[in-house]
Design a protein around this ligand. Structure first.
Ligand SMILES: Cc1cc2nc3c(=O)[nH]c(=O)nc-3n(C[C@H](O)[C@H](O)[C@H](O)COP(=O)(O)O)c2cc1C
Length: 311
């Protein structure tokens, strides 16, 4: 096992991580599937695919599309459901050589509470990430449809998590994001994840129909990176910094410069999603480049650079 340079160590809501790099929900399988390409002990954490109470097939194919500036997906929360997840992954969770963030999704407060309760009982996942921002299924964003709705959902989930930290993963909606972030924090979130995919359309001009199974779906990758950086900075400056709430920044991070931008904008940790489809071992290169960058900035810890962007 090789650990990243100590200069990259960070702390996420009291959870010590050897590196700020976290594999994003839904882009690295259920748990440890990327182990064949990447030494997981060298990253900060791995996020599970979003798990719902019942198994879901997700949307009909085609579900993934390569586009200019990234990719579009309409996976639609395909997963084995919480009971089977707990049954089949319990042992594997303990064996993963990094922090596991358990992603939960649902379509009602009861759904979120049911999965959160099961994850809390598992004990191997110190962080639960509440996905309230899936654009790829009907009602995937119901919980974040207003600050009031989000407050109610987060407070209920918070009440069943005794030892597990709660992160809330928000959609990239420029107008409502700060109000949603404030509501999540007020309801007891320990951290925020920004952001999920951007809701987009792509039309097949020959058939005049959607190029994927659903008319509206989620865009990720380099094309959304500048927007994600801005949103992280908005939330950091306007609510998270003063509340002492850490942000996992993600959206189009392909290399160490993208990750460094997220850190400067205010992210404590940085998610990589689409970048794993381009090169599943990219977090190794990102770690190396980040460590060099921190030294070149005259800092002894990456933490000194969180939110260090100057206007
Ligand atoms: C194929 C695919 C599946 C995804 N599945 C999930 C998921 O299950 N839960 C979730 O919270 N986000 C999911 N996401 C969103 C990513 O975690 C991430 O928020 C988004 O892709 C932006 O980051 P990126 O540009 O680095 O990919 C998925 C993204 C992709 C591309």
């Amino acid at each position: 096992m090789r650990v990243p340079p100590a200069i990259l160590k960070t702390s996420l809501a009291g959870c010590e991580l050897p590196s700020p790099i976290i594999l994003a929900a839904g882009t690295c399988g259920y748990l440890d599937e990327l182990e064949v390409a990447l030494d997981l002990s060298r990253i900060g954490g791995v996020t599970t695919k979003s798990i719902t109470p019942e198994p879901r097939d997700g949307n009909a194919p085609m579900r993934v599309l390569d586009v200019k500036g990234g990719m579009i997906n309409a996976v639609g929360l395909a997963n084995m459901g919480v009971d089977r997840f707990v049954e089949t992954k319990r042992n594997a969770i303990d064996g993963v050589p990094t922090t596991v963030l358990g992603s939960i999704a649902g379509f009602s407060i009861d759904d979120y509470v049911r999965v959160a309760t099961a994850f809390e009982a598992l004990e191997g996942m110190p962080i639960v990430e509440m996905n309230v921002s899936c654009p790829n299924c009907d009602n995937g964003r119901l919980a974040s449809s207003s600050p009031e709705s989000l407050h109610e959902h987060v407070a209920e989930v918070r009440s069943v998590l005794k030892t597990t930290r709660l992160f809330v993963k928000l959609p990239p909606s420029s107008d409502a994001l700060v109000a949603l972030a404030a509501a999540a924090i007020d309801a007891g979130a320990d951290g925020l994840t920004l952001t999920n995919t951007l809701e987009v359309m792509s039309i097949d001009v020959r058939t005049r129909r959607s190029r994927l199974g659903r008319p509206r779906k989620g865009m990720s990758g380099p094309g959304i990176h500048p927007l994600a950086v801005r949103l992280v900075n908005d939330v950091y400056r306007q609510v998270a910094r003063d509340a002492g709430i850490p942000i996992i920044g993600l959206g189009g991070v392909l290399d160490w410069r993208d990750a460094a931008e997220m850190i400067l904008a205010g992210a404590t940790a940085v998610g990589v999603g689409t970048g794993l489809f381009v090169d599943p071992s990219s977090p190794r290169r990102i770690n190396k480049g980040l460590a060099r960058w921190v030294r070149s900035q005259g800092c002894s810890s990456i933490h000194e650079l969180v939110g260090a962007f100057e206007e």
